[in-house]
Design a protein around this ligand. Structure first.
Ligand code: SF4
Length: 71
């Protein structure tokens, strides 16, 4: 069973609201002065998949997606 999910950030949509950062601070950051969020990692472990799904749900700009799941 696969256990890692890819994090996809659409920087054309992201408005650096930072809501996702509060949910996944180890994976997404909003550097001071940056107009968009940046990914600190490309994948999350299975234990963080629910948090990733929540971040996708709550992003006001619909800038996050769950990509491929690694085997
Ligand atoms: S919540 Fe959405 S718009 Fe806000 S920083 Fe995260 S990805 Fe960007």
């Amino acid at each position: 069973m696969s256990d890692r999910s890819e994090v996809l950030l659409d920087t054309d949509r992201c408005q650096a609201y930072g809501i996702c950062v509060g949910i996944l601070p180890d994976v997404i950051a909003t550097p001071p002065g940056s107009p968009v969020a940046v990914l600190l990692g490309t994948h999350v472990d299975a234990s963080d998949r629910e948090d990733l799904a929540e971040a996708v749900r709550v992003c006001p700009a619909q800038a996050l997606q769950i990509g491929q799941v690694q085997p």
